[in-house]
Design a protein around this ligand. Structure first.
Ligand code: GAP
Length: 514
């Protein structure tokens, strides 16, 4: 199986998503809305299956984790307490000639990325030249690579210091010193760097004088924190316990050019795990591993994932890491695991004046629990799965096929049923198989075109099994089942189809690997 070339892969994924009804640009007939997307008929199914798998793995498989569904609108003080009103900012810079706006940190990171590309090219060249090439040794000794690496280290250290000191003048100076130009105008005519808050706001109340500013939540986590005591008391939860939630979040992202990787309206799946102070590092290690295992269980390849431990921690965290995924445009954050201490609950205590404590019967004392958070973007996860699953295969005889090798349990359709011809009672038999299976599985019936064309169509949307009803089916009540990945076919009894699918496409298959 040949993976698609990296340079074409991303474009291919975007066009495949549209062509087969996975993802459309929002309000496309009005030329679209930037960084906002709609999920089509197959995208909605795939997204729902991913969400269900997360929910079942987190809530159903853990007796001490429960799920909630908090509102998107929250009392505005929530965002004061959480720090989002004052500190949920991106540093922005405008080019005075093109009038285009950029994230200053992204301009600097892209410059670093170019230096990293130069290193990668040197490594690639050397790897082609030498047999038994030792990459680590080459990186450690090659003069040109070392020079690039030195530059990267210097820029990173300077930039980190500038952000730590909130020194926006220094951020601008770095951009000037690196001679970064605007990709549109090609000029270095930059404005000063300013902080820009990422929260969308609106007003609540019909009369303007009575209205107050409220925000569209930029993360789902705060809906969990403010409900901590409600859930703990009504669910009689004992620490350690978790509260999970999936739902929409909104961020006025400035750089939003990577399809559904960075959106202005997106969905998060978050879980806050409340623990006894002092035990948070154990739980942090536990969730770091558990979440990686969850991603690995999808079977898309262990080499596609890696940890990135944060060196610079947010002021409320005492440990944090990302699980990164290799997207077509490189390794990028997929999920965050954060040990958030008691920061959020303490802030909400102080802003609300309500106690948010836990009485620990074993210690006979009350405390504000510490929190370990797991936070993954559903859309980003969708993109990671879609981009790893989409393959372009050359078949015997030179034909090609696009095949979406989704984990069967996540596929939009679990099986497609084909009557070989539209006569002789075959459509009726296909319909009766469909009617039996549809209560347990999302199955499709496809009658149009040759069977070969129908296979291609189902391969491209990731349907793991195609069931063909032919004349023999009328005689011996068997059908042909064709496997998407191997293209192998087998003959099985119609009466065995239910169990056949159950064993291969239900979420249970994935859940049991955890
Ligand atoms: N409560 C913690 C939190 O929100 P985050 O690192 O800002 O942490 C968590 O976001 C995850 O949400 C990210 O790892 C990413 O998967 C997803 N995410 C964040 N911003 C996003 C955006 N603009 N578009 C799509 N997904 C996003």
């Amino acid at each position: 199986m040949n993976p698609i070339k990296p340079e074409d892969a991303f474009k291919n994924i975007i066009s495949h998503s549209k062509e087969y009804g996975f993802i459309f640009q929002s309000s496309e007939i009005y030329d679209g809305l930037s960084a906002v997307y709609d999920y089509g008929q197959l995208g909605a199914e795939l997204k729902k299956n991913i969400r269900d798998y997360w929910w079942q793995a987190m809530v159903q498989l853990h007796h001490n984790i429960v799920g909630i569904d908090a509102a998107i609108f929250m009392h505005p003080t929530t965002w004061k307490a959480s720090g989002h009103v004052d500190a949920f900012n991106d540093p922005l810079i405008d080019n005075k000639d093109s009038k285009k706006r950029y994230r200053a940190d992204v301009l600097i990171e892209e410059h670093i990325g170019k230096l990293e590309d130069k290193i990668a090219k040197e490594v690639e060249k050397a790897a082609k030249r030498f047999e038994n090439f030792d990459e680590a040794m080459f990186r450690g000794t090659n003069a040109r690579v070392q020079e690039y690496q030195k530059k990267i280290d210097e820029i990173e250290a300077r930039f980190k210091q500038a952000l730590n000191d909130n020194n926006l003048e220094e951020v601008k100076q770095i951009i000037l010193d690196l001679e970064i130009v605007c990709p549109i105008s090609g000029s270095r005519n930059w404005t000063d760097v300013r902080q820009f808050n990422l929260m969308f706001s609106t007003s609540m109340g019909s009369v303007s004088e009575e209205s107050s500013t409220i925000y569209l939540r930029p993360e789902t986590a705060q809906g969990i924190f403010v409900n901590y005591l409600n859930v703990q008391k009504t669910g009689r939860m004992k620490i350690p316990f978790g509260i999970a939630q999936t739902g929409k979040a909104f961020r006025n992202e400035i750089v939003a050019r990577q399809f559904i990787f960075r959106m202005r309206e997106f969905e998060q799946m978050e879980m806050q795990f409340f623990v006894k102070p002092g035990t948070e590092m154990e739980w942090y290690a536990y969730w770091k591993q558990a979440r990686l295992n969850w991603h690995l269980s999808l079977g898309l390849g262990a080499e596609k994932y890696r940890y990135h431990d944060h060196v610079k921690l947010a002021h409320y965290a005492n440990a944090a890491c990302d699980i990164e995924h290799r997207f077509p445009f490189g390794f990028k954050e997929l999920e965050g695991i954060h040990s958030r201490t008691d920061f959020d609950l303490k802030q909400h205590e102080s802003f609300s004046g309500k106690k948010l404590q836990y009485f620990d019967p074993e210690l006979n004392q009350s405390y504000v629990p510490y929190v370990v958070e797991t936070s993954v973007g559903l859309d980003r996860l969708f993109l990671s799965i879609l981009s790893s699953a989409l393959k372009e295969e050359t078949l015997e005889g030179g034909d090609t096929r696009s095949v979406l090798c989704l984990p069967p349990a996540l596929a939009p359709y679990k099986a497609a049923i084909f009557p070989l011809v539209k006569k002789d009672g075959l459509p009726e038999l296909a319909e009766s198989i469909y009617t039996t299976l549809k209560f347990d599985f999302n199955v499709a019936i496809d009658e149009k075109d040759t069977v070969g064309k129908r296979y291609r169509r189902q391969d491209a949307i990731g349907t793991p099994f195609c069931i063909t009803v032919d004349h023999q089916s009328l005689e011996d009540k068997t059908v042909t089942v064709r496997h998407r990945d191997s293209m192998q076919q087998e003959r099985i009894a119609i009466s065995a189809l239910q169990e056949f699918l159950e064993q291969r496409v239900s979420l249970k298959v994935l859940l049991k690997t955890l």
